[in-house]
Design a protein around this ligand. Structure first.
Ligand code: TYM
Length: 332
Protein backbone atom coordinates (compact mmCIF):
# COMPACT_ATOMS: atom_id res chain seq x y z
CA UNK A 1 0.00 0.00 0.00
CA UNK A 2 1.18 3.51 -0.78
CA UNK A 3 2.62 5.29 2.25
CA UNK A 4 2.02 9.02 2.58
CA UNK A 5 3.67 11.46 4.95
CA UNK A 6 3.06 15.17 5.38
CA UNK A 7 3.44 17.78 8.06
CA UNK A 8 2.46 21.21 9.25
CA UNK A 9 4.49 23.58 11.37
CA UNK A 10 2.94 25.24 14.45
CA UNK A 11 4.51 28.67 13.91
CA UNK A 12 1.17 30.45 13.61
CA UNK A 13 -2.53 29.86 13.19
CA UNK A 14 -3.39 27.64 10.23
CA UNK A 15 -4.36 29.51 7.08
CA UNK A 16 -6.55 29.03 4.07
CA UNK A 17 -3.30 28.39 2.17
CA UNK A 18 -2.48 25.45 4.43
CA UNK A 19 -5.99 24.13 4.03
CA UNK A 20 -6.26 24.37 0.24
CA UNK A 21 -2.63 23.60 -0.48
CA UNK A 22 -2.35 20.56 1.74
CA UNK A 23 -4.88 19.67 4.45
CA UNK A 24 -7.91 19.32 2.22
CA UNK A 25 -6.15 16.67 0.10
CA UNK A 26 -5.12 14.81 3.25
CA UNK A 27 -8.72 14.72 4.40
CA UNK A 28 -10.58 14.13 1.16
CA UNK A 29 -8.30 11.70 -0.62
CA UNK A 30 -5.02 10.76 1.03
CA UNK A 31 -6.31 9.22 4.25
CA UNK A 32 -8.74 7.06 2.26
CA UNK A 33 -6.40 5.78 -0.41
CA UNK A 34 -3.14 5.18 1.45
CA UNK A 35 -1.41 4.39 4.69
CA UNK A 36 -1.13 8.02 5.70
CA UNK A 37 0.78 9.79 8.47
CA UNK A 38 0.26 13.45 9.30
CA UNK A 39 2.51 15.25 11.70
CA UNK A 40 2.48 18.50 13.66
CA UNK A 41 6.16 19.28 13.18
CA UNK A 42 6.85 21.20 16.37
CA UNK A 43 10.64 20.87 16.22
CA UNK A 44 10.54 22.86 12.99
CA UNK A 45 8.81 25.68 14.88
CA UNK A 46 11.98 26.14 16.95
CA UNK A 47 14.05 27.22 13.93
CA UNK A 48 12.92 30.84 14.26
CA UNK A 49 12.51 33.11 17.26
CA UNK A 50 9.74 31.46 19.30
CA UNK A 51 7.75 31.74 22.47
CA UNK A 52 7.65 28.34 24.25
CA UNK A 53 4.09 28.69 25.58
CA UNK A 54 2.83 29.76 22.15
CA UNK A 55 4.44 26.86 20.32
CA UNK A 56 2.89 24.43 22.80
CA UNK A 57 -0.52 26.04 22.41
CA UNK A 58 -0.29 26.18 18.63
CA UNK A 59 0.79 22.54 18.46
CA UNK A 60 -2.35 21.39 20.21
CA UNK A 61 -4.44 23.81 18.19
CA UNK A 62 -2.98 22.53 14.91
CA UNK A 63 -3.75 18.93 15.88
CA UNK A 64 -7.28 19.92 16.92
CA UNK A 65 -7.82 21.77 13.65
CA UNK A 66 -6.58 18.84 11.58
CA UNK A 67 -9.13 16.62 13.32
CA UNK A 68 -11.78 19.32 12.87
CA UNK A 69 -10.94 19.50 9.17
CA UNK A 70 -11.72 15.80 8.95
CA UNK A 71 -8.62 13.71 9.59
CA UNK A 72 -9.98 10.52 11.07
CA UNK A 73 -7.73 8.63 13.53
CA UNK A 74 -9.42 5.42 12.39
CA UNK A 75 -8.09 6.02 8.87
CA UNK A 76 -4.76 7.78 9.36
CA UNK A 77 -2.07 8.47 11.88
CA UNK A 78 -1.85 11.92 13.48
CA UNK A 79 1.01 12.71 15.83
CA UNK A 80 3.48 15.33 17.05
CA UNK A 81 7.04 15.21 15.74
CA UNK A 82 8.82 15.70 19.09
CA UNK A 83 7.00 12.66 20.51
CA UNK A 84 8.94 10.38 18.17
CA UNK A 85 12.73 10.47 18.66
CA UNK A 86 13.40 8.77 15.34
CA UNK A 87 13.10 12.10 13.50
CA UNK A 88 16.09 13.69 15.22
CA UNK A 89 18.07 10.44 15.27
CA UNK A 90 17.78 10.17 11.51
CA UNK A 91 18.25 13.88 10.91
CA UNK A 92 21.80 13.72 12.24
CA UNK A 93 22.75 10.88 9.91
CA UNK A 94 21.34 12.79 6.95
CA UNK A 95 23.29 15.89 7.99
CA UNK A 96 26.36 13.73 7.54
CA UNK A 97 25.42 13.10 3.92
CA UNK A 98 24.34 16.67 2.99
CA UNK A 99 26.51 19.68 2.24
CA UNK A 100 26.13 23.19 3.56
CA UNK A 101 26.03 24.50 -0.04
CA UNK A 102 22.93 22.41 -0.66
CA UNK A 103 21.25 23.92 2.39
CA UNK A 104 22.15 27.48 1.46
CA UNK A 105 20.54 27.04 -1.95
CA UNK A 106 17.10 26.42 -0.44
CA UNK A 107 14.75 29.28 -1.35
CA UNK A 108 13.00 29.25 2.02
CA UNK A 109 16.32 29.47 3.82
CA UNK A 110 17.38 32.42 1.69
CA UNK A 111 14.09 34.24 2.27
CA UNK A 112 13.75 33.51 5.97
CA UNK A 113 17.38 34.16 6.86
CA UNK A 114 17.26 37.47 4.95
CA UNK A 115 14.13 38.44 6.88
CA UNK A 116 15.74 37.54 10.23
CA UNK A 117 18.83 39.59 9.39
CA UNK A 118 16.77 42.57 8.22
CA UNK A 119 14.96 42.70 11.54
CA UNK A 120 18.24 42.51 13.43
CA UNK A 121 17.77 38.93 14.61
CA UNK A 122 20.34 36.16 14.38
CA UNK A 123 19.77 33.16 12.14
CA UNK A 124 19.48 29.91 14.05
CA UNK A 125 21.67 27.09 12.80
CA UNK A 126 18.57 24.89 12.79
CA UNK A 127 17.04 27.15 10.13
CA UNK A 128 19.87 26.12 7.83
CA UNK A 129 19.51 22.42 8.63
CA UNK A 130 15.69 22.51 8.60
CA UNK A 131 15.37 20.72 5.23
CA UNK A 132 17.41 17.81 6.56
CA UNK A 133 15.03 17.34 9.48
CA UNK A 134 12.19 17.49 6.98
CA UNK A 135 13.92 14.82 4.90
CA UNK A 136 14.24 12.70 8.04
CA UNK A 137 10.51 13.12 8.73
CA UNK A 138 9.72 11.68 5.34
CA UNK A 139 12.42 9.02 4.97
CA UNK A 140 11.95 7.53 8.45
CA UNK A 141 8.54 6.26 7.34
CA UNK A 142 9.47 5.06 3.89
CA UNK A 143 6.90 7.44 2.44
CA UNK A 144 6.22 7.11 -1.28
CA UNK A 145 4.28 10.35 -1.58
CA UNK A 146 4.42 13.73 0.14
CA UNK A 147 1.33 15.89 -0.47
CA UNK A 148 2.42 19.52 -0.08
CA UNK A 149 1.87 23.00 -1.47
CA UNK A 150 4.17 24.38 -4.09
CA UNK A 151 6.52 26.11 -1.60
CA UNK A 152 7.66 22.75 -0.20
CA UNK A 153 8.47 21.14 -3.55
CA UNK A 154 12.15 22.12 -3.39
CA UNK A 155 12.50 20.54 0.04
CA UNK A 156 11.01 17.30 -1.23
CA UNK A 157 13.46 17.38 -4.17
CA UNK A 158 16.30 17.66 -1.67
CA UNK A 159 14.83 14.75 0.29
CA UNK A 160 14.96 12.67 -2.89
CA UNK A 161 18.60 13.63 -3.46
CA UNK A 162 19.56 12.70 0.08
CA UNK A 163 17.75 9.37 -0.12
CA UNK A 164 19.39 8.43 -3.42
CA UNK A 165 22.82 9.48 -2.16
CA UNK A 166 22.48 7.52 1.08
CA UNK A 167 21.28 4.44 -0.77
CA UNK A 168 24.18 4.63 -3.23
CA UNK A 169 26.84 5.11 -0.57
CA UNK A 170 25.59 2.86 2.20
CA UNK A 171 23.21 0.40 0.57
CA UNK A 172 19.50 0.41 -0.14
CA UNK A 173 17.86 1.90 2.98
CA UNK A 174 15.30 4.53 1.98
CA UNK A 175 12.30 4.74 -0.31
CA UNK A 176 12.75 7.71 -2.67
CA UNK A 177 9.58 9.80 -2.22
CA UNK A 178 7.86 12.24 -4.57
CA UNK A 179 5.95 15.45 -3.94
CA UNK A 180 2.26 15.55 -4.87
CA UNK A 181 0.86 19.04 -5.45
CA UNK A 182 -2.84 19.94 -5.58
CA UNK A 183 -4.35 20.72 -9.00
CA UNK A 184 -5.55 24.16 -7.93
CA UNK A 185 -4.45 26.43 -5.08
CA UNK A 186 -0.97 24.92 -4.82
CA UNK A 187 0.11 28.46 -4.00
CA UNK A 188 -2.53 30.65 -2.36
CA UNK A 189 -1.34 34.25 -2.34
CA UNK A 190 -1.68 36.92 0.32
CA UNK A 191 -4.86 38.96 -0.24
CA UNK A 192 -3.04 42.24 0.41
CA UNK A 193 0.10 41.30 -1.50
CA UNK A 194 -0.86 38.84 -4.22
CA UNK A 195 2.72 38.44 -5.38
CA UNK A 196 3.72 36.73 -2.14
CA UNK A 197 2.48 33.52 -0.56
CA UNK A 198 -0.20 33.56 2.14
CA UNK A 199 1.97 32.49 5.05
CA UNK A 200 0.99 31.86 8.65
CA UNK A 201 4.01 33.60 10.17
CA UNK A 202 3.68 36.96 8.41
CA UNK A 203 3.40 39.91 10.76
CA UNK A 204 0.81 41.75 8.64
CA UNK A 205 -2.36 39.68 8.91
CA UNK A 206 -5.01 41.57 6.93
CA UNK A 207 -4.23 39.57 3.78
CA UNK A 208 -4.31 36.20 5.52
CA UNK A 209 -7.45 34.15 6.08
CA UNK A 210 -7.08 31.96 9.15
CA UNK A 211 -9.14 28.81 9.50
CA UNK A 212 -10.44 30.09 12.83
CA UNK A 213 -11.40 33.58 11.60
CA UNK A 214 -15.05 34.44 12.25
CA UNK A 215 -17.26 34.58 9.12
CA UNK A 216 -17.46 38.39 9.11
CA UNK A 217 -13.68 38.67 9.40
CA UNK A 218 -13.19 36.29 6.46
CA UNK A 219 -15.71 38.25 4.42
CA UNK A 220 -14.03 41.57 5.21
CA UNK A 221 -10.57 40.26 4.31
CA UNK A 222 -11.73 38.90 0.97
CA UNK A 223 -13.80 42.00 0.12
CA UNK A 224 -10.76 44.20 0.84
CA UNK A 225 -8.39 42.05 -1.22
CA UNK A 226 -6.04 44.05 -3.41
CA UNK A 227 -7.08 43.78 -7.04
CA UNK A 228 -5.36 44.93 -10.18
CA UNK A 229 -5.62 47.92 -12.48
CA UNK A 230 -8.32 47.74 -15.15
CA UNK A 231 -11.64 46.07 -14.57
CA UNK A 232 -11.53 42.95 -16.71
CA UNK A 233 -11.72 39.61 -14.91
CA UNK A 234 -9.08 37.35 -16.46
CA UNK A 235 -6.92 34.53 -15.16
CA UNK A 236 -3.35 35.77 -15.65
CA UNK A 237 -0.87 35.45 -12.80
CA UNK A 238 1.56 38.00 -14.19
CA UNK A 239 -0.77 40.73 -15.39
CA UNK A 240 -3.55 40.24 -12.82
CA UNK A 241 -2.13 38.56 -9.70
CA UNK A 242 -4.89 39.79 -7.35
CA UNK A 243 -7.80 38.75 -9.55
CA UNK A 244 -6.09 35.47 -10.41
CA UNK A 245 -5.70 34.66 -6.73
CA UNK A 246 -9.41 35.28 -6.14
CA UNK A 247 -10.32 33.15 -9.16
CA UNK A 248 -8.15 30.33 -7.88
CA UNK A 249 -9.70 30.54 -4.44
CA UNK A 250 -13.18 30.42 -5.93
CA UNK A 251 -12.13 27.56 -8.19
CA UNK A 252 -10.74 25.63 -5.23
CA UNK A 253 -14.01 26.14 -3.34
CA UNK A 254 -16.36 25.30 -6.21
CA UNK A 255 -14.42 22.68 -8.17
CA UNK A 256 -14.67 24.75 -11.35
CA UNK A 257 -11.81 25.89 -13.58
CA UNK A 258 -10.49 29.43 -12.90
CA UNK A 259 -10.63 30.36 -16.61
CA UNK A 260 -14.23 29.18 -16.88
CA UNK A 261 -15.16 31.20 -13.78
CA UNK A 262 -13.44 34.33 -15.15
CA UNK A 263 -15.72 34.29 -18.17
CA UNK A 264 -18.76 34.66 -15.89
CA UNK A 265 -17.67 37.96 -14.26
CA UNK A 266 -17.64 41.49 -15.57
CA UNK A 267 -16.65 43.22 -12.32
CA UNK A 268 -14.22 42.67 -9.47
CA UNK A 269 -16.92 43.36 -6.88
CA UNK A 270 -19.09 40.41 -7.88
CA UNK A 271 -16.07 38.10 -7.97
CA UNK A 272 -15.04 39.20 -4.49
CA UNK A 273 -18.51 38.71 -3.09
CA UNK A 274 -18.85 35.18 -4.48
CA UNK A 275 -15.34 34.28 -3.34
CA UNK A 276 -16.02 35.60 0.15
CA UNK A 277 -19.25 33.58 0.40
CA UNK A 278 -17.55 30.44 -0.89
CA UNK A 279 -14.64 30.70 1.55
CA UNK A 280 -16.98 31.36 4.47
CA UNK A 281 -19.01 28.25 3.61
CA UNK A 282 -15.86 26.17 3.11
CA UNK A 283 -14.52 27.04 6.54
CA UNK A 284 -17.77 27.04 8.51
CA UNK A 285 -17.86 23.29 9.31
CA UNK A 286 -14.18 23.28 10.25
CA UNK A 287 -14.63 26.13 12.70
CA UNK A 288 -17.75 24.55 14.22
CA UNK A 289 -16.10 21.17 14.67
CA UNK A 290 -13.01 22.84 16.12
CA UNK A 291 -15.11 24.47 18.82
CA UNK A 292 -16.46 21.05 19.84
CA UNK A 293 -13.08 19.35 19.84
CA UNK A 294 -11.30 22.18 21.64
CA UNK A 295 -13.65 21.50 24.56
CA UNK A 296 -12.23 17.97 24.81
CA UNK A 297 -8.42 18.24 24.96
CA UNK A 298 -8.19 14.78 26.55
CA UNK A 299 -9.58 13.27 23.35
CA UNK A 300 -7.03 15.13 21.21
CA UNK A 301 -4.18 14.11 23.54
CA UNK A 302 -5.33 10.49 23.33
CA UNK A 303 -5.27 10.59 19.53
CA UNK A 304 -1.76 12.06 19.58
CA UNK A 305 -0.51 9.50 22.11
CA UNK A 306 -1.73 6.59 20.04
CA UNK A 307 -0.44 8.26 16.86
CA UNK A 308 3.05 8.63 18.32
CA UNK A 309 3.09 5.06 19.55
CA UNK A 310 2.32 3.73 16.11
CA UNK A 311 4.67 6.18 14.39
CA UNK A 312 7.56 5.03 16.61
CA UNK A 313 6.87 1.43 15.65
CA UNK A 314 6.87 2.32 11.97
CA UNK A 315 9.97 4.50 11.99
CA UNK A 316 12.29 2.55 14.26
CA UNK A 317 13.25 -0.32 11.91
CA UNK A 318 14.21 2.08 9.09
CA UNK A 319 16.17 4.39 11.33
CA UNK A 320 17.93 1.45 13.01
CA UNK A 321 18.81 0.12 9.55
CA UNK A 322 20.27 3.52 8.61
CA UNK A 323 22.40 3.49 11.79
CA UNK A 324 23.83 0.11 10.85
CA UNK A 325 24.31 1.01 7.18
CA UNK A 326 26.26 4.18 7.91
CA UNK A 327 28.73 2.32 10.11
CA UNK A 328 27.62 2.80 13.71
CA UNK A 329 28.26 -0.03 16.14
CA UNK A 330 24.96 -1.54 17.31
CA UNK A 331 24.33 -1.27 21.07
CA UNK A 332 24.95 -4.72 22.58
P1 TYM B 1 3.98 24.68 6.50
O1 TYM B 1 3.62 24.46 7.92
O2 TYM B 1 4.52 26.02 6.11
O3 TYM B 1 2.72 24.42 5.58
C1 TYM B 1 1.95 23.23 5.68
C2 TYM B 1 1.44 22.86 4.31
O4 TYM B 1 0.66 23.92 3.75
C3 TYM B 1 1.17 24.28 2.46
N1 TYM B 1 1.02 25.72 2.29
C4 TYM B 1 0.42 26.31 1.24
N2 TYM B 1 -0.15 25.78 0.14
C5 TYM B 1 -0.69 26.65 -0.75
N3 TYM B 1 -0.67 27.99 -0.58
C6 TYM B 1 -0.11 28.56 0.49
N4 TYM B 1 -0.11 29.86 0.66
C7 TYM B 1 0.48 27.70 1.47
N5 TYM B 1 1.11 27.92 2.66
C8 TYM B 1 1.44 26.70 3.13
C9 TYM B 1 2.65 23.91 2.51
O5 TYM B 1 3.17 23.73 1.21
C10 TYM B 1 2.60 22.62 3.31
O6 TYM B 1 2.29 21.52 2.48
N6 TYM B 1 8.36 22.37 5.96
C11 TYM B 1 6.92 22.19 6.02
C12 TYM B 1 6.45 21.25 7.10
C13 TYM B 1 7.09 19.91 7.07
C14 TYM B 1 6.78 18.86 6.18
C15 TYM B 1 7.62 17.77 6.57
C16 TYM B 1 5.90 18.74 5.10
C17 TYM B 1 8.05 19.47 7.92
N7 TYM B 1 8.37 18.17 7.64
C18 TYM B 1 7.59 16.57 5.89
C19 TYM B 1 5.87 17.52 4.44
C20 TYM B 1 6.70 16.44 4.82
C21 TYM B 1 6.28 23.53 6.26
O7 TYM B 1 6.89 24.43 6.74
O8 TYM B 1 4.94 23.54 5.98
Amino acid sequence: MTRIFSGIKPTGHLTLGNYLGAVRQWVETDQHRADALFCVVDLHALTVDHDPARVRRLSRQAATLLLAAGLDPALCNLFVQSHVDEHTRLSYLLECTASDGEMRRMIQYKEKSARERETGGSVRLSLLTYPVLMAADILAYGADEVPVGDDQAQHVELTRDLAVRFNQRYGQTFVVPRAVLPQVAARVMDLQDPTSKMGKSHAETSGIVYLLDEADVVRRKVMRAVTDSGSEVVHDRTAKPGVTNLLELLAACTGKEPEELAAGYSSYGALKKDTADAVVELLRPVRERHAELAADPAYVDGVLREGARRARELARPTVDAAYRAIGLLPAG
